[in-house]
Design a protein around this ligand. Structure first.
Ligand code: NAD
Ligand code: UGA
Length: 513
Protein backbone atom coordinates (compact mmCIF):
# COMPACT_ATOMS: atom_id res chain seq x y z
CA UNK A 1 0.00 0.00 0.00
CA UNK A 2 1.21 3.43 -0.84
CA UNK A 3 2.15 5.44 2.21
CA UNK A 4 -0.02 8.49 2.50
CA UNK A 5 1.49 10.21 5.45
CA UNK A 6 4.89 11.20 4.28
CA UNK A 7 4.21 12.03 0.70
CA UNK A 8 3.51 15.66 1.31
CA UNK A 9 -0.17 15.94 0.60
CA UNK A 10 -1.92 13.98 3.28
CA UNK A 11 -3.97 15.56 6.06
CA UNK A 12 -3.65 18.99 4.52
CA UNK A 13 -7.25 19.89 5.14
CA UNK A 14 -7.88 22.21 8.04
CA UNK A 15 -10.80 22.66 10.35
CA UNK A 16 -12.21 26.14 10.77
CA UNK A 17 -14.84 26.11 13.47
CA UNK A 18 -16.86 23.07 12.57
CA UNK A 19 -16.45 23.53 8.82
CA UNK A 20 -14.04 21.20 7.11
CA UNK A 21 -12.55 22.39 3.85
CA UNK A 22 -10.02 20.95 1.51
CA UNK A 23 -6.95 22.91 0.53
CA UNK A 24 -5.87 21.25 -2.66
CA UNK A 25 -6.96 18.86 -5.32
CA UNK A 26 -4.33 16.44 -4.12
CA UNK A 27 -6.15 16.20 -0.77
CA UNK A 28 -9.30 15.33 -2.62
CA UNK A 29 -7.40 12.42 -4.08
CA UNK A 30 -6.13 11.41 -0.67
CA UNK A 31 -9.44 11.77 1.12
CA UNK A 32 -11.13 9.53 -1.37
CA UNK A 33 -8.75 6.81 -0.11
CA UNK A 34 -9.12 5.85 3.49
CA UNK A 35 -6.41 6.53 6.05
CA UNK A 36 -5.81 3.47 8.19
CA UNK A 37 -5.16 3.54 11.89
CA UNK A 38 -4.40 0.46 13.94
CA UNK A 39 -4.26 0.29 17.72
CA UNK A 40 -2.38 -2.52 19.43
CA UNK A 41 -4.12 -3.22 22.75
CA UNK A 42 -7.91 -3.38 23.05
CA UNK A 43 -8.10 -2.39 26.71
CA UNK A 44 -9.57 0.46 28.76
CA UNK A 45 -7.60 2.99 26.73
CA UNK A 46 -7.30 1.39 23.27
CA UNK A 47 -10.99 0.44 22.95
CA UNK A 48 -12.69 3.72 23.94
CA UNK A 49 -10.05 5.98 22.34
CA UNK A 50 -10.24 4.26 18.98
CA UNK A 51 -14.04 4.14 19.13
CA UNK A 52 -14.13 7.93 19.55
CA UNK A 53 -11.59 8.47 16.75
CA UNK A 54 -13.76 6.28 14.49
CA UNK A 55 -16.88 8.22 15.51
CA UNK A 56 -15.33 11.61 14.83
CA UNK A 57 -13.32 10.68 11.73
CA UNK A 58 -15.56 8.81 9.31
CA UNK A 59 -12.82 9.13 6.68
CA UNK A 60 -10.43 7.04 8.76
CA UNK A 61 -10.51 3.25 8.99
CA UNK A 62 -9.72 2.16 12.57
CA UNK A 63 -8.73 -1.37 13.59
CA UNK A 64 -8.20 -2.32 17.23
CA UNK A 65 -6.13 -5.48 17.68
CA UNK A 66 -5.17 -7.60 20.66
CA UNK A 67 -3.54 -10.91 21.47
CA UNK A 68 -6.43 -11.79 23.77
CA UNK A 69 -9.09 -13.61 21.75
CA UNK A 70 -11.59 -13.37 24.62
CA UNK A 71 -11.26 -9.57 24.71
CA UNK A 72 -11.64 -9.20 20.96
CA UNK A 73 -14.66 -11.54 20.94
CA UNK A 74 -16.24 -9.39 23.64
CA UNK A 75 -15.60 -6.18 21.66
CA UNK A 76 -17.38 -7.85 18.74
CA UNK A 77 -20.33 -8.92 20.89
CA UNK A 78 -23.25 -7.17 22.61
CA UNK A 79 -21.46 -7.35 25.96
CA UNK A 80 -18.35 -5.20 25.69
CA UNK A 81 -15.37 -6.24 27.83
CA UNK A 82 -15.45 -3.02 29.88
CA UNK A 83 -18.24 -1.02 31.47
CA UNK A 84 -18.00 2.65 30.58
CA UNK A 85 -20.98 5.03 30.35
CA UNK A 86 -21.68 5.95 26.71
CA UNK A 87 -19.24 3.43 25.23
CA UNK A 88 -21.84 0.96 23.91
CA UNK A 89 -23.51 3.66 21.88
CA UNK A 90 -20.28 4.87 20.24
CA UNK A 91 -19.11 1.33 19.43
CA UNK A 92 -22.49 0.34 17.99
CA UNK A 93 -22.50 3.42 15.74
CA UNK A 94 -19.08 2.67 14.20
CA UNK A 95 -18.47 -1.09 14.44
CA UNK A 96 -18.83 -2.70 11.04
CA UNK A 97 -18.34 0.68 9.37
CA UNK A 98 -14.96 2.27 10.04
CA UNK A 99 -14.23 0.48 13.34
CA UNK A 100 -13.18 -3.15 13.68
CA UNK A 101 -11.76 -5.39 16.40
CA UNK A 102 -9.46 -8.25 15.44
CA UNK A 103 -6.84 -10.70 16.66
CA UNK A 104 -5.09 -10.50 13.31
CA UNK A 105 -2.53 -8.12 14.74
CA UNK A 106 0.09 -8.41 12.02
CA UNK A 107 -2.26 -7.91 9.09
CA UNK A 108 -3.74 -4.70 10.49
CA UNK A 109 -0.37 -3.32 11.58
CA UNK A 110 1.07 -3.99 8.12
CA UNK A 111 -1.83 -2.16 6.45
CA UNK A 112 -1.83 0.91 8.71
CA UNK A 113 -0.43 4.38 8.28
CA UNK A 114 -0.58 5.22 11.99
CA UNK A 115 -0.04 2.54 14.67
CA UNK A 116 -1.06 3.38 18.24
CA UNK A 117 0.45 1.16 20.91
CA UNK A 118 -1.73 0.92 24.01
CA UNK A 119 -0.50 -2.24 25.68
CA UNK A 120 0.09 -2.94 29.37
CA UNK A 121 3.09 -1.31 31.03
CA UNK A 122 3.04 -3.07 34.43
CA UNK A 123 5.37 -2.57 37.36
CA UNK A 124 8.32 -4.98 37.14
CA UNK A 125 8.05 -7.87 39.59
CA UNK A 126 11.60 -9.13 39.31
CA UNK A 127 15.08 -8.14 38.21
CA UNK A 128 16.49 -4.64 38.00
CA UNK A 129 14.04 -2.06 39.38
CA UNK A 130 11.60 -4.73 40.64
CA UNK A 131 8.61 -3.19 42.45
CA UNK A 132 9.13 0.21 40.84
CA UNK A 133 10.32 0.27 37.23
CA UNK A 134 7.93 -0.19 34.32
CA UNK A 135 8.01 -3.57 32.64
CA UNK A 136 8.18 -2.81 28.93
CA UNK A 137 7.98 -6.45 27.79
CA UNK A 138 4.66 -6.00 26.00
CA UNK A 139 5.70 -2.71 24.44
CA UNK A 140 8.97 -4.17 23.20
CA UNK A 141 7.28 -7.19 21.68
CA UNK A 142 4.77 -4.91 19.95
CA UNK A 143 7.62 -2.77 18.57
CA UNK A 144 9.52 -5.81 17.29
CA UNK A 145 6.39 -7.08 15.59
CA UNK A 146 5.80 -3.70 13.92
CA UNK A 147 9.38 -3.73 12.64
CA UNK A 148 8.92 -7.28 11.34
CA UNK A 149 5.67 -6.83 9.46
CA UNK A 150 5.95 -3.24 8.20
CA UNK A 151 6.24 -2.84 4.45
CA UNK A 152 5.57 0.90 4.31
CA UNK A 153 6.46 4.00 6.35
CA UNK A 154 4.55 4.37 9.59
CA UNK A 155 3.87 6.75 12.41
CA UNK A 156 4.14 4.80 15.67
CA UNK A 157 2.31 6.43 18.57
CA UNK A 158 3.03 5.75 22.24
CA UNK A 159 -0.41 5.70 23.83
CA UNK A 160 0.59 3.58 26.83
CA UNK A 161 2.07 5.44 29.78
CA UNK A 162 5.80 4.84 29.59
CA UNK A 163 9.00 5.99 31.32
CA UNK A 164 10.54 9.14 29.90
CA UNK A 165 13.00 8.27 27.11
CA UNK A 166 11.09 5.14 26.07
CA UNK A 167 10.69 6.54 22.57
CA UNK A 168 14.46 6.42 22.17
CA UNK A 169 14.49 2.68 22.90
CA UNK A 170 11.48 2.05 20.67
CA UNK A 171 13.14 3.99 17.88
CA UNK A 172 16.20 1.75 18.18
CA UNK A 173 14.09 -1.40 17.93
CA UNK A 174 12.18 -0.10 14.95
CA UNK A 175 15.09 1.31 12.99
CA UNK A 176 17.47 -1.59 13.74
CA UNK A 177 15.44 -3.82 11.49
CA UNK A 178 13.84 -1.19 9.31
CA UNK A 179 14.58 -2.52 5.78
CA UNK A 180 14.64 1.10 4.61
CA UNK A 181 11.23 1.84 6.06
CA UNK A 182 10.82 5.16 7.83
CA UNK A 183 9.25 5.14 11.31
CA UNK A 184 8.29 8.36 13.10
CA UNK A 185 7.72 7.94 16.84
CA UNK A 186 5.23 10.13 18.64
CA UNK A 187 4.25 10.30 22.29
CA UNK A 188 0.51 10.88 22.69
CA UNK A 189 -0.29 9.98 26.30
CA UNK A 190 -3.90 9.46 27.29
CA UNK A 191 -5.49 11.47 30.10
CA UNK A 192 -8.96 9.90 30.22
CA UNK A 193 -10.30 8.74 33.57
CA UNK A 194 -12.38 5.59 33.80
CA UNK A 195 -16.08 6.09 34.39
CA UNK A 196 -15.93 9.31 32.34
CA UNK A 197 -13.79 8.03 29.46
CA UNK A 198 -16.17 8.89 26.66
CA UNK A 199 -16.85 12.45 27.79
CA UNK A 200 -13.13 12.94 28.54
CA UNK A 201 -12.31 11.78 25.01
CA UNK A 202 -15.03 13.85 23.37
CA UNK A 203 -14.13 16.97 25.30
CA UNK A 204 -10.53 16.70 26.52
CA UNK A 205 -8.85 19.43 28.57
CA UNK A 206 -5.93 18.91 26.23
CA UNK A 207 -4.41 16.47 23.78
CA UNK A 208 -0.66 16.17 24.06
CA UNK A 209 1.56 15.19 21.16
CA UNK A 210 5.33 14.94 21.47
CA UNK A 211 7.65 14.29 18.59
CA UNK A 212 11.16 14.72 17.28
CA UNK A 213 12.12 18.25 16.34
CA UNK A 214 13.14 17.19 12.84
CA UNK A 215 11.23 17.87 9.60
CA UNK A 216 9.92 14.25 9.64
CA UNK A 217 9.04 14.52 13.32
CA UNK A 218 7.13 17.75 12.73
CA UNK A 219 5.27 16.22 9.81
CA UNK A 220 4.25 13.27 11.95
CA UNK A 221 3.04 15.60 14.72
CA UNK A 222 1.00 17.48 12.18
CA UNK A 223 -0.57 14.29 10.85
CA UNK A 224 -1.68 13.18 14.30
CA UNK A 225 -2.79 16.68 15.25
CA UNK A 226 -5.03 16.70 12.20
CA UNK A 227 -6.72 13.49 13.34
CA UNK A 228 -7.64 15.06 16.69
CA UNK A 229 -8.54 18.35 15.02
CA UNK A 230 -11.65 16.62 13.63
CA UNK A 231 -13.23 17.41 17.01
CA UNK A 232 -10.72 18.96 19.43
CA UNK A 233 -10.19 22.75 19.20
CA UNK A 234 -6.65 23.31 17.94
CA UNK A 235 -5.70 25.46 20.93
CA UNK A 236 -6.23 22.40 23.12
CA UNK A 237 -3.81 20.29 21.09
CA UNK A 238 -0.40 20.79 22.65
CA UNK A 239 2.69 19.88 20.68
CA UNK A 240 5.98 19.35 22.53
CA UNK A 241 9.20 17.45 22.27
CA UNK A 242 9.08 13.70 22.94
CA UNK A 243 10.50 13.78 26.45
CA UNK A 244 8.19 16.53 27.66
CA UNK A 245 5.17 14.56 26.47
CA UNK A 246 6.33 11.33 28.10
CA UNK A 247 7.18 13.05 31.38
CA UNK A 248 4.03 15.20 31.45
CA UNK A 249 1.88 12.09 31.68
CA UNK A 250 3.74 10.77 34.73
CA UNK A 251 3.78 14.26 36.22
CA UNK A 252 0.02 14.76 35.73
CA UNK A 253 -0.80 11.48 37.48
CA UNK A 254 1.63 12.27 40.29
CA UNK A 255 0.06 15.72 40.83
CA UNK A 256 -3.47 14.26 40.84
CA UNK A 257 -2.57 11.45 43.25
CA UNK A 258 -0.73 13.94 45.44
CA UNK A 259 -3.93 15.95 45.92
CA UNK A 260 -5.72 12.86 47.21
CA UNK A 261 -2.89 11.93 49.56
CA UNK A 262 -2.78 15.54 50.78
CA UNK A 263 -6.48 15.62 51.60
CA UNK A 264 -6.33 12.11 53.06
CA UNK A 265 -3.43 13.13 55.31
CA UNK A 266 -5.61 16.06 56.45
CA UNK A 267 -8.50 13.64 57.09
CA UNK A 268 -6.48 11.88 59.79
CA UNK A 269 -5.75 15.22 61.44
CA UNK A 270 -9.43 16.21 61.18
CA UNK A 271 -10.46 13.06 63.04
CA UNK A 272 -7.94 13.84 65.75
CA UNK A 273 -9.04 17.44 66.17
CA UNK A 274 -12.77 17.58 65.46
CA UNK A 275 -12.38 19.43 62.16
CA UNK A 276 -14.45 18.23 59.20
CA UNK A 277 -12.41 17.34 56.11
CA UNK A 278 -15.21 18.27 53.69
CA UNK A 279 -15.35 21.76 55.19
CA UNK A 280 -11.57 22.06 55.11
CA UNK A 281 -11.39 20.85 51.48
CA UNK A 282 -14.17 23.24 50.49
CA UNK A 283 -12.41 26.19 52.13
CA UNK A 284 -9.04 25.26 50.66
CA UNK A 285 -10.43 24.55 47.19
CA UNK A 286 -12.15 27.94 47.00
CA UNK A 287 -8.72 29.44 46.42
CA UNK A 288 -8.68 29.58 42.64
CA UNK A 289 -4.97 28.74 42.68
CA UNK A 290 -5.85 25.41 44.29
CA UNK A 291 -9.31 24.67 42.85
CA UNK A 292 -12.13 22.46 44.17
CA UNK A 293 -11.71 19.27 42.14
CA UNK A 294 -10.03 16.07 43.28
CA UNK A 295 -10.11 16.92 46.97
CA UNK A 296 -12.49 14.22 48.18
CA UNK A 297 -11.07 12.36 51.15
CA UNK A 298 -11.43 8.61 50.75
CA UNK A 299 -10.24 5.23 51.88
CA UNK A 300 -7.42 5.77 49.38
CA UNK A 301 -6.91 6.07 45.67
CA UNK A 302 -6.92 2.99 43.46
CA UNK A 303 -6.91 2.26 39.75
CA UNK A 304 -4.41 0.86 37.35
CA UNK A 305 -2.21 3.90 36.99
CA UNK A 306 -1.58 6.21 39.95
CA UNK A 307 0.51 3.79 41.99
CA UNK A 308 2.22 2.23 38.97
CA UNK A 309 3.10 5.59 37.44
CA UNK A 310 4.37 7.14 40.67
CA UNK A 311 6.54 4.09 41.36
CA UNK A 312 7.86 4.49 37.86
CA UNK A 313 8.54 8.19 38.48
CA UNK A 314 10.31 7.34 41.73
CA UNK A 315 12.51 4.86 39.89
CA UNK A 316 13.35 7.37 37.16
CA UNK A 317 14.34 9.92 39.83
CA UNK A 318 16.57 7.38 41.55
CA UNK A 319 18.19 6.42 38.25
CA UNK A 320 18.89 10.09 37.58
CA UNK A 321 20.63 10.54 40.94
CA UNK A 322 17.75 12.43 42.57
CA UNK A 323 16.99 10.50 45.79
CA UNK A 324 15.30 13.48 47.51
CA UNK A 325 12.88 13.89 44.62
CA UNK A 326 12.21 10.14 44.66
CA UNK A 327 11.45 10.23 48.39
CA UNK A 328 9.10 13.18 47.91
CA UNK A 329 6.91 11.28 45.43
CA UNK A 330 7.17 7.97 47.26
CA UNK A 331 5.44 9.65 50.19
CA UNK A 332 2.26 10.03 48.09
CA UNK A 333 2.01 6.24 47.95
CA UNK A 334 2.96 5.81 51.59
CA UNK A 335 0.13 8.09 52.68
CA UNK A 336 -2.23 6.11 50.45
CA UNK A 337 -1.17 2.84 52.10
CA UNK A 338 -1.47 4.50 55.51
CA UNK A 339 -5.04 5.56 54.74
CA UNK A 340 -6.10 2.01 53.83
CA UNK A 341 -4.45 0.53 56.93
CA UNK A 342 -5.96 3.25 59.10
CA UNK A 343 -9.41 2.38 57.77
CA UNK A 344 -9.02 -1.34 58.58
CA UNK A 345 -7.66 -0.54 62.03
CA UNK A 346 -10.59 1.79 62.65
CA UNK A 347 -13.05 -1.01 61.85
CA UNK A 348 -11.32 -3.59 63.99
CA UNK A 349 -10.77 -1.31 66.98
CA UNK A 350 -14.37 -0.03 66.85
CA UNK A 351 -15.75 -3.56 66.90
CA UNK A 352 -14.17 -4.48 70.26
CA UNK A 353 -10.75 -5.04 68.76
CA UNK A 354 -11.71 -8.10 66.76
CA UNK A 355 -13.77 -8.94 63.70
CA UNK A 356 -13.07 -12.65 63.97
CA UNK A 357 -16.13 -14.63 62.84
CA UNK A 358 -18.17 -11.44 62.34
CA UNK A 359 -20.03 -10.82 59.11
CA UNK A 360 -18.94 -7.58 57.45
CA UNK A 361 -20.85 -6.35 54.42
CA UNK A 362 -18.64 -4.72 51.81
CA UNK A 363 -20.56 -2.36 49.56
CA UNK A 364 -18.57 -1.55 46.44
CA UNK A 365 -15.42 -3.22 45.18
CA UNK A 366 -14.54 -1.26 42.00
CA UNK A 367 -11.85 1.40 42.43
CA UNK A 368 -14.39 4.17 41.73
CA UNK A 369 -18.01 4.43 40.65
CA UNK A 370 -19.20 3.92 37.07
CA UNK A 371 -16.59 1.31 36.25
CA UNK A 372 -16.29 -2.43 36.80
CA UNK A 373 -12.51 -2.06 36.99
CA UNK A 374 -10.93 -3.41 40.17
CA UNK A 375 -7.26 -2.92 39.37
CA UNK A 376 -5.47 -1.72 42.54
CA UNK A 377 -8.83 -0.92 44.13
CA UNK A 378 -8.44 -0.01 47.81
CA UNK A 379 -11.13 -2.67 48.43
CA UNK A 380 -8.48 -5.36 47.87
CA UNK A 381 -6.27 -4.14 50.71
CA UNK A 382 -9.21 -3.42 53.01
CA UNK A 383 -10.75 -6.86 52.40
CA UNK A 384 -7.39 -8.57 52.84
CA UNK A 385 -6.90 -6.67 56.11
CA UNK A 386 -10.32 -7.80 57.40
CA UNK A 387 -9.79 -11.37 56.24
CA UNK A 388 -6.44 -11.25 58.07
CA UNK A 389 -8.44 -10.59 61.24
CA UNK A 390 -10.75 -13.53 60.33
CA UNK A 391 -13.85 -11.56 59.33
CA UNK A 392 -16.50 -13.15 57.10
CA UNK A 393 -17.10 -10.88 54.14
CA UNK A 394 -20.24 -10.49 52.06
CA UNK A 395 -19.38 -8.31 49.08
CA UNK A 396 -21.71 -6.50 46.69
CA UNK A 397 -20.72 -4.33 43.74
CA UNK A 398 -23.16 -3.54 40.92
CA UNK A 399 -20.49 -4.09 38.23
CA UNK A 400 -18.03 -6.63 39.62
CA UNK A 401 -18.70 -10.36 39.63
CA UNK A 402 -17.64 -13.12 41.99
CA UNK A 403 -14.94 -14.49 39.72
CA UNK A 404 -13.21 -11.12 39.48
CA UNK A 405 -13.37 -10.51 43.24
CA UNK A 406 -11.97 -13.96 44.01
CA UNK A 407 -9.16 -13.42 41.48
CA UNK A 408 -8.32 -10.04 42.99
CA UNK A 409 -8.21 -11.33 46.52
CA UNK A 410 -5.97 -14.25 45.62
CA UNK A 411 -3.68 -12.68 43.00
CA UNK A 412 -0.11 -11.67 43.79
CA UNK A 413 0.85 -7.98 43.78
CA UNK A 414 1.17 -6.58 40.24
CA UNK A 415 -0.06 -9.83 38.58
CA UNK A 416 -3.27 -8.03 37.63
CA UNK A 417 -1.42 -5.79 35.18
CA UNK A 418 -0.60 -8.43 32.60
CA UNK A 419 -2.77 -9.40 29.62
CA UNK A 420 -5.84 -11.26 30.93
CA UNK A 421 -4.95 -14.55 29.29
CA UNK A 422 -1.54 -14.54 31.02
CA UNK A 423 -3.05 -14.13 34.49
CA UNK A 424 -3.64 -17.19 36.74
CA UNK A 425 -6.69 -18.99 35.31
CA UNK A 426 -8.32 -20.49 38.36
CA UNK A 427 -6.89 -19.05 41.53
CA UNK A 428 -7.80 -20.86 44.71
CA UNK A 429 -10.89 -19.15 46.02
CA UNK A 430 -10.61 -17.21 49.23
CA UNK A 431 -12.59 -18.75 52.08
CA UNK A 432 -14.90 -16.58 54.15
CA UNK A 433 -15.79 -14.36 51.20
CA UNK A 434 -19.17 -14.51 49.53
CA UNK A 435 -20.22 -12.30 46.66
CA UNK A 436 -23.89 -11.38 46.40
CA UNK A 437 -26.01 -9.42 43.95
CA UNK A 438 -27.72 -6.85 46.16
CA UNK A 439 -26.95 -4.64 49.15
CA UNK A 440 -29.76 -6.06 51.32
CA UNK A 441 -28.49 -9.64 51.09
CA UNK A 442 -24.96 -8.44 51.78
CA UNK A 443 -25.97 -6.56 54.92
CA UNK A 444 -28.46 -9.08 56.39
CA UNK A 445 -27.23 -10.29 59.81
CA UNK A 446 -24.01 -8.32 59.37
CA UNK A 447 -22.24 -6.68 62.31
CA UNK A 448 -20.86 -3.90 60.19
CA UNK A 449 -20.98 -2.31 56.73
CA UNK A 450 -17.97 -0.93 54.84
CA UNK A 451 -18.66 1.34 51.91
CA UNK A 452 -15.66 1.16 49.61
CA UNK A 453 -16.97 2.59 46.30
CA UNK A 454 -19.12 5.71 45.93
CA UNK A 455 -21.86 4.11 43.78
CA UNK A 456 -24.87 6.46 43.73
CA UNK A 457 -27.23 3.67 44.79
CA UNK A 458 -25.53 3.44 48.20
CA UNK A 459 -26.82 6.93 49.06
CA UNK A 460 -30.44 5.92 48.77
CA UNK A 461 -30.64 2.44 50.28
CA UNK A 462 -33.40 1.75 52.82
CA UNK A 463 -31.06 2.03 55.81
CA UNK A 464 -33.90 1.56 58.31
CA UNK A 465 -34.61 -1.88 56.81
CA UNK A 466 -30.89 -2.63 56.72
CA UNK A 467 -30.54 -1.63 60.39
CA UNK A 468 -33.46 -3.83 61.41
CA UNK A 469 -31.82 -6.86 59.75
CA UNK A 470 -28.33 -6.34 61.23
CA UNK A 471 -26.66 -7.48 64.46
CA UNK A 472 -26.41 -4.77 67.13
CA UNK A 473 -24.59 -2.54 67.68
CA UNK A 474 -24.71 -1.94 63.94
CA UNK A 475 -21.73 -0.13 62.42
CA UNK A 476 -21.27 1.76 59.16
CA UNK A 477 -17.73 2.59 58.02
CA UNK A 478 -18.07 4.97 55.11
CA UNK A 479 -14.82 4.97 53.13
CA UNK A 480 -16.25 7.36 50.53
CA UNK A 481 -18.32 9.77 52.62
CA UNK A 482 -21.47 8.99 50.62
CA UNK A 483 -24.07 8.39 53.34
CA UNK A 484 -25.88 11.00 55.40
CA UNK A 485 -24.21 10.14 58.71
CA UNK A 486 -26.64 12.15 60.85
CA UNK A 487 -29.63 10.36 59.34
CA UNK A 488 -28.03 6.99 59.96
CA UNK A 489 -27.17 7.90 63.56
CA UNK A 490 -30.81 8.76 64.14
CA UNK A 491 -31.73 5.25 62.98
CA UNK A 492 -29.29 3.85 65.52
CA UNK A 493 -26.11 3.13 63.54
CA UNK A 494 -22.64 3.90 64.84
CA UNK A 495 -21.14 5.74 61.88
CA UNK A 496 -17.54 6.39 60.90
CA UNK A 497 -16.99 8.82 58.01
CA UNK A 498 -13.46 9.60 56.81
CA UNK A 499 -12.12 12.84 58.25
CA UNK A 500 -15.34 13.78 60.07
CA UNK A 501 -15.91 14.46 63.78
CA UNK A 502 -16.06 11.06 65.48
CA UNK A 503 -18.95 9.39 67.29
CA UNK A 504 -18.29 9.15 71.03
CA UNK A 505 -18.10 5.38 70.60
CA UNK A 506 -15.24 5.73 68.14
CA UNK A 507 -13.42 8.41 70.12
CA UNK A 508 -12.73 5.94 72.87
CA UNK A 509 -11.20 3.50 70.42
CA UNK A 510 -8.66 5.46 68.41
CA UNK A 511 -7.32 3.72 65.33
CA UNK A 512 -3.71 4.31 64.56
CA UNK A 513 -1.98 2.70 61.63
P1 NAD B 1 -5.44 -2.97 29.53
O1 NAD B 1 -4.79 -4.06 30.28
O2 NAD B 1 -6.90 -2.75 29.71
O3 NAD B 1 -5.21 -3.20 27.95
C1 NAD B 1 -3.99 -3.53 27.38
C2 NAD B 1 -4.25 -4.58 26.29
O4 NAD B 1 -3.03 -4.79 25.57
C3 NAD B 1 -4.66 -5.95 26.83
O5 NAD B 1 -5.93 -6.30 26.31
C4 NAD B 1 -3.56 -6.91 26.34
O6 NAD B 1 -4.05 -8.20 25.99
C5 NAD B 1 -3.03 -6.15 25.13
N1 NAD B 1 -1.66 -6.52 24.74
C6 NAD B 1 -0.57 -6.63 25.52
N2 NAD B 1 0.52 -6.94 24.76
C7 NAD B 1 0.08 -7.02 23.48
C8 NAD B 1 0.72 -7.27 22.23
N3 NAD B 1 2.04 -7.48 22.17
N4 NAD B 1 -0.04 -7.28 21.12
C9 NAD B 1 -1.37 -7.05 21.16
N5 NAD B 1 -2.03 -6.78 22.32
C10 NAD B 1 -1.31 -6.76 23.46
O7 NAD B 1 -4.65 -1.64 29.84
P2 NAD B 1 -5.19 -0.13 29.77
O8 NAD B 1 -5.89 0.23 31.04
O9 NAD B 1 -5.89 0.08 28.48
O10 NAD B 1 -3.82 0.65 29.78
C11 NAD B 1 -2.94 0.61 28.68
C12 NAD B 1 -1.89 1.68 28.86
O11 NAD B 1 -2.53 2.96 28.93
C13 NAD B 1 -1.08 1.56 30.16
O12 NAD B 1 0.23 1.98 29.89
C14 NAD B 1 -1.75 2.55 31.09
O13 NAD B 1 -0.85 3.05 32.05
C15 NAD B 1 -2.19 3.64 30.14
N6 NAD B 1 -3.36 4.41 30.59
C16 NAD B 1 -4.43 3.81 31.17
C17 NAD B 1 -5.54 4.56 31.54
C18 NAD B 1 -6.75 3.95 32.20
O14 NAD B 1 -7.60 4.69 32.66
N7 NAD B 1 -6.87 2.65 32.27
C19 NAD B 1 -5.56 5.94 31.28
C20 NAD B 1 -4.45 6.52 30.67
C21 NAD B 1 -3.36 5.75 30.33
C1 UGA C 1 -6.55 8.71 36.53
C2 UGA C 1 -6.45 10.15 36.04
O1 UGA C 1 -7.53 10.90 36.60
C3 UGA C 1 -6.51 10.20 34.52
O2 UGA C 1 -6.32 11.54 34.09
C4 UGA C 1 -5.40 9.32 33.96
O3 UGA C 1 -5.47 9.29 32.53
C5 UGA C 1 -5.57 7.91 34.48
O4 UGA C 1 -5.52 7.94 35.93
C6 UGA C 1 -4.48 6.98 34.05
O5 UGA C 1 -3.41 7.37 33.71
O6 UGA C 1 -4.83 5.80 34.12
P1 UGA C 1 -8.50 6.95 36.87
O7 UGA C 1 -7.48 6.21 37.64
O8 UGA C 1 -9.26 6.23 35.82
O9 UGA C 1 -7.83 8.21 36.16
O10 UGA C 1 -9.59 7.57 37.88
P2 UGA C 1 -9.57 8.84 38.86
O11 UGA C 1 -10.85 9.53 38.71
O12 UGA C 1 -8.36 9.63 38.75
O13 UGA C 1 -9.58 8.15 40.29
C7 UGA C 1 -8.43 7.47 40.79
C8 UGA C 1 -8.67 7.09 42.24
O14 UGA C 1 -8.65 8.23 43.07
C9 UGA C 1 -10.01 6.41 42.48
O15 UGA C 1 -9.86 5.35 43.39
C10 UGA C 1 -10.85 7.51 43.09
O16 UGA C 1 -11.89 7.04 43.89
C11 UGA C 1 -9.80 8.25 43.90
N1 UGA C 1 -10.16 9.65 44.17
C12 UGA C 1 -10.33 10.52 43.15
C13 UGA C 1 -10.28 10.08 45.49
O17 UGA C 1 -10.11 9.29 46.43
N2 UGA C 1 -10.59 11.39 45.73
C14 UGA C 1 -10.77 12.27 44.72
O18 UGA C 1 -11.04 13.46 45.02
C15 UGA C 1 -10.64 11.83 43.40
Amino acid sequence: MQNHLNDGFVFRYKLVGSVEYIKSGKDQLFLSKMVKICCIGAGYVGGPTMAVIALKCPNIQVAVVDISTARINAWNSDTLPIYEPGLDEVVKKCRGKNLSFSTDVEKHVAESDIVFVSVNTPTKTQGLGAGKAADLTYWESAARMIADVAKSNKIVVEKSTVPVKTAEAIEKILTHNSKGINFSILSNPEFLAEGTAISDLLNPDRVLIGGRETPEGKKAIEALRDVYAHWVPVDRILCTNLWSAELSKLAANAFLAQRISSVNAMSALCEATGADVSQVAHAVGKDTRIGPKFLNASVGFGGSCFQKDILNLVYICECNGLPEVATYWKQVIKVNDYQKTRFVNRIVSSMFNTVSGKKIAVLGFAFKKDTGDTRETPAIDVCKGLIGDKAKLSIYDPQVNQDQIQRDLSMKKFDWDHPVHLQPMSPTSVKDVSVVWDAYTATKDAHGICILTEWDEFKNLDYQKIFNDMQKPAFVFDGRNVVDAEKLRKIGFIVYSIGKPLDDWLKDMPAVA
